[in-house]
Design a protein around this ligand. Structure first.
Ligand code: PBG
Length: 325
């Protein structure tokens, strides 16, 4: 009790580092990369100031610069030249992602982990993450086969890990089977297991050109009001063979990260999504927030909640900041 106990004693700059419980390390970061088949120079994303889509011709340089900062992994999103009803340009050996993986791998080799976002919404003309019926319903089971085929095409091109994000039931199992049947037994799956139906993906739709032409994603993504549902999703994905599980978005779902880490003790990732990036950028741009401090605090909170790794558009900035300390 006060005055014997004085909590402020250890808050001096002398002791703070010693008693700090959570540290942010560059090795915790995964940097999202957008590769666009239709452009020839980097194109800034309006709703994500300071973030760019990269052309195929510059993708190796971009990967090298990320790797050079000590960031261990990227997650690749492709923007194809052509979209169709079934997303067929998601899995061709000469489509955008497959080319990007091969280019990165042949230029910078093994030190950078190349993860691929595995979803159809960037490749379908309607922008949904699955096949769509004539009555505009999302068809779960027919989508699984295409996801399996896409995963195999990524692995064949040299991807180190695949990350299914479409929230189709059974997707992890289908992808695991497809990979195993094609001798890719060592390619891990990072599942977007607890992916909420979130307004914070807004800027991503522009970034990846994956806006939808009708409806929304509520029939396949989790209701933000629910926790038990997320725990069940994670349990199923683990059973189906997920190696890493992800919670997305991050800051509005710290309780979910905490509960999932506590319950399953699995390698757990959190996706600090586009809207979380844009909010900080917008406020900082107006002089209302200190960007570096807000980013640092956000990411430390996500780790403190239990995330082992964080996918964030601030990865390069944070890596530079950590390097300069
Ligand atoms: C594709 C996908 C989305 C994001 C990652 N993969 C968009 C969505 O589900 O609508 C969002 C990432 C972000 O907002 O940063 N299914």
């Amino acid at each position: 009790m006060f005055p014997t106990t004085r909590m402020r004693r250890l808050r001096s700059s002398k002791f703070r580092p010693l008693v700090s419980e959570t540290t942010l390390d560059v090795k915790d970061l995964i940097c999202p990369v957008f590769v666009d088949e239709t452009i020839t120079k980097p194109m800034e994303i309006n709703s994500m100031p300071g973030y760019f889509r990269q052309p195929l011709s510059m993708i190796a340089d971009e990967a090298a610069s990320i790797s050079g900062l000590g960031i261990p992994a990227i997650i690749l999103f492709g923007i194809p030249e052509k979209k169709d009803e079934t997303g067929s340009h998601a899995y061709g050996d000469n489509d955008v992602i497959q080319k990007a993986i091969r280019t990165i791998k042949s230029n910078i080799g093994e030190e950078l982990v190349v993860i691929t976002d595995l979803c159809l919404c960037e490749y379908t003309s309607h922008g949904h993450c699955g096949m769509v019926s004539k009555t505009q319903e999302i068809l779960n089971d027919p989508t699984l086969e295409i996801l399996g085929k896409t995963a195999v095409s990524h692995a064949r091109a040299g991807a180190d890990m695949v990350a299914p994000s479409g929230m189709m039931d059974g997707m992890v199992g289908a992808i695991r089977n497809a990979l195993d049947d094609n001798d890719f037994t060592d390619i891990p799956i990072m599942s977007y297991a607890a992916k909420y139906c979130s307004a914070f993906y807004g800027p991503f739709r522009e970034a990846a050109g994956s806006g939808y032409t009708f409806g929304d994603r509520a029939s396949y993504q989790i209701d933000p009001a629910n926790t038990d549902e997320a725990l069940r999703e994670v349990a199923l994905d683990i059973e189906e063979g997920a190696d890493i599980i992800m919670v997305k978005p991050a800051l509005p779902y710290l309780d979910i990260i905490y509960r999932i880490k506590k319950k399953f003790r699995m390698p757990t990732a959190a996706y600090h999504v586009s809207g979380e990036y844009s909010m900080i950028k917008a406020a900082a741009g107006n002089g209302w927030l200190d960007e570096k401090k807000a980013v640092q605090e956000s990411l430390v909170s996500i780790k403190r909640a239990g995330a082992d790794m964080i996918l964030t558009y601030f990865a390069k900035d944070v890596a530079r900041e950590l390097e300069s300390r």
